[in-house]
Design a protein around this ligand. Structure first.
Ligand code: DNO
Length: 355
């Protein structure tokens, strides 16, 4: 498997490429063009610039997270075909410059959702947190504003200004969309783009919904084994694959992550590895990657990846904010690098045990 690290670009990240280059075992970064309005095709020159910047630092750029999907596609509006054509153009251009995997999601309006971006932990660090009763009692507009205000001045992926500006309008547009409708719209999208992916050798890797249940009455479908099976079989091609995010799927206690890794096996193209700690049925805070600190067993998760012979891309996911770092919530250097060191240790031990 190829160890990677998410990076937000030269002007938008507290972490530099040279720092990433020094983390043991990291061969590449996962990047994106964050300024392109959703729905527009990515310009080839911008892709080339990003790739050159990364390559010049001695790192690879083979995974994009994310090429976002326009809401009209998720809503199934007539204008979706135009946006799907743009998406295909982006796939072709990315493929031309060595991109192998595109991570995306199909969550209406919100990408990931937390009620607190700096929940204090006992050790003096802080981490992202979700408390269901808080989410339910807060108006989504206020929650979004609060998230914006507490992000240490960094823009957050999934909370781009365009989403915030249109929040109420978008929420209203989804009122008539059921989970079944959303599924049909995802299938429509996949049927159109997967042939292009096959032609270009670019694998799509859908990110699960985070948290994996409906919020504010919005439909959510990438939540559990049954739904992921349906999504994968709707276009039965290896190019129609999955980002297996342990923390997102793991927030539903019914999802057994090692079992899902074994079940989806060659359809997993990208592994997001992180831990969460439950303190209520649907309440959790993120924790260090260490099994002991969270509710997920990272040893069992890494063992499952080794057992299936996973040779895709992997990255540590959110980290805590530690050692006084000023960083984008979840995406500082220190705790993610500690996460990698830990994953490296697990991998070496598991691989040697398996010999
Ligand atoms: C949050 C991330 C998500 C993820 C997208 C993928 O930190 O895990 O924003 O990148 O859902 O499209």
């Amino acid at each position: 498997m190829k160890m990677t690290f998410r990076w937000y670009g030269e002007n938008n990240d507290s972490v530099s490429l040279s720092q990433i280059r020094q983390i043991p075992n990291v061969t590449g970064v996962v990047g994106a063009l964050f300024d392109v309005p959703v729905g527009e095709a990515w310009e080839e020159n911008d892709i080339i610039n990003l790739k050159n910047t990364v390559n010049n630092a001695g790192l690879e750029l083979e995974v994009i997270e994310s090429v976002n999907v326009h809401e009209d596609i998720k809503l199934g509006l007539p204008s979706r075909d135009k946006y799907i054509e743009n998406y295909k153009t982006t796939i072709r251009r990315l493929s031309k410059h060595g991109i192998k995997v595109i991570c995306y999601n199909f969550m209406p309006v919100f990408d990931w959702l937390r009620t607190d971006l700096a929940y204090p932990l006992k050790d003096g660090s802080n981490a992202l947190c979700y408390i269901d009763s808080v989410a339910k009692s807060v108006d989504p507009v206020d929650l979004v504003k609060n998230i914006d205000d507490t992000s240490n001045g960094f823009s957050l992926p999934g909370w781009e200004p365009y989403r915030l500006a249109e929040l109420e309008k978008l929420m209203a547009a989804y009122r008539s969309i059921t989970e079944e409708n959303l599924f049909e719209n995802l299938e429509y999208f996949l049927k159109k783009i997967i042939p292009t992916c096959e032609e270009c050798d670019v694998k799509m890797a859908i990110h699960p919904d985070d948290p994996p249940w409906s919020i504010y009455g919005l439909p959510r479908i990438v939540t559990c084994r049954k739904n992921i099976e349906r999504m994968l079989s709707s276009v039965d091609s290896v190019y129609n694959g999955l980002t297996l995010c342990s923390g997102s799927l793991g927030a539903n206690r019914e999802n057994n992550i090692p079992e899902l890794i074994r079940a989806f096996s060659e359809r997993i193209h990208f592994a997001h590895v992180r831990n969460i700690k439950f303190f209520g049925d649907k309440d959790f805070h993120e924790s260090s990657h260490l099994s002991k600190d969270g509710s997920l067993d990272l040893y069992e998760i890494m063992k499952a990846y080794c057992d299936i012979g996973f040779d895709g891309y992997i990255r540590p996911d959110h980290g805590r904010v530690i050692w006084g770092e000023k960083a984008r919530p979840g995406y500082g250097l220190y705790d993610r690098a500690l996460g990698i060191a830990y994953i490296n240790g697990l991998l070496e031990a598991i691989e040697k045990e398996n010999r």
